[in-house]
Design a protein around this ligand. Sequence first.
Ligand code: ADP
Length: 493
Amino acid sequence: MVDSVRVRLTVWYSAVLAVVLGIVCVTTYFIVRQTSMQRTDADVAALADSFLVTFQAELADEGNGPGRALLSPAHQAMIEHRSENDAFIVLAPDGERIAASDDAALSSANETTNRQLARALESQDFRQFETSAAAGAARLETIRAGRARVRVYARQFTADGKNLVLLVAQSLHGQYETLETLRTTFVWMTLLGLLLAATGGYFLAKKSLEPVMAMGAHARRIGATNLHERLAVVNANDELGQLATTFNDLLNRLDESFERQRRFVADASHELRTPLAILRGEAEVAMSQKGRRAEEYLESLKILHEETTRLIKIVEDLFTLTRADAGQYRLMPQDVYLEEVVADCAHSVRTLASEKNMELKVDAGAECPVRGDQDLLRRMILNLLDNAIKYTPAGGRVEIACRVSDGECEVHVTDTGSGIPAEMQGRVFERFFRVDEARSRQGDTGGAGLGLSIAQWIAEAHHGRLELVQSSKAGSHFAVYLPARKAVPVAAN
Ligand code: ADP
């Protein structure tokens, strides 16, 4: 249950809402309570003022005779200020009640408020307040008697030369009832609000996550066989659209990579099938013909040897490329002088060139220090020289030169061969690409179309590049550019 994002979102959402509603309700409740208490305090003070005005007026009406009673003006003022919420008490300096509303105003107490007020006025706490008010200590207090709450205000005054105290008591029953209603309303509103918010939030979360679930279900259906399928992007700008786009980009890359692998395996099998078929055919011929001469067997063995050599070369090249692709080819970097490698390679292909009666010109005078894997660099240059000799007709010329320019070591291989047609020049570095497939399979020129791919990978693994500078019917020019030593460290593959 808690593993569901929907539920977690709903719980979080509801919890935050509960906290917010709680804070709002509690704050509102206390503000209302405070305000109403302040209003009561102002009310009792105003009532005291009004009571005393009436009381003094009634006293003045009694005349200035000796032994005037205070009871009558007090009762008169109480009757005038009669209310079920309020009660008045006039205290003598010794704390004795001269007059109290219960005599006049509260006589027919039958309302709840009135009853509570009457009970509070008789309570122990009220008596204590009376005593301290008579002594001039108490001014304003809330008295509790059972469920009754009464706000009492004490005011000293002088009448007829005596220091008296007026107590105004106001029932808080109405206020507390209002506050209780407010409390109950807040609790129910909060519960209802939370229920609505949780239900709404749950369905909203469910609705929002539906496209993600749909995406997940679709993604689960995509496998190697239908890797070309893509997720639907409803709105490319929202989060879900961006997620779908990112996922589709990943599928694109996977699809391309799968496609490359598929093509590579298909091409590799195709390349291996031809020499293997030749091997089997030659072996079958040799075995089927009885009484063959020794020279004929030797000829068959020569063909078997040639095809096996070709097979080994193809398998080695394939192995190199797959390890390079997987990032598993570990280079052995060392300080290398490229001009020495060039001279060494030229020496190796010298016989090949002279067999075709070709001129091989080597210009390796300049010092070209690089850091790299000597065996791989040698293989790269041999591939270029091998191609130049292979694809140049007998009697032609091949040149190899190396030099340093702008912090780069350059190796240039030029030949006077028939060149590569312009429309195919962009594809010569592709794996298994050959300009003339049929011709390449014949005799010595039978390459698998992997030489330039490997040479290019070697140049790039050394942070350099291999380029076909130009090619025309007059010949081709390939160039390798490698950073001169100290420029960039060699990568692991
Ligand atoms: P291959 O093993 O077939 O030589 P490469 O990858 O080395 O494969 O070369 C790819 C193709 O590019 C070759 O089949 C050939 O048609 C063409 N090519 C490469 N180098 C030369 C060159 N110096 N002159 C003419 N064509 C070339």
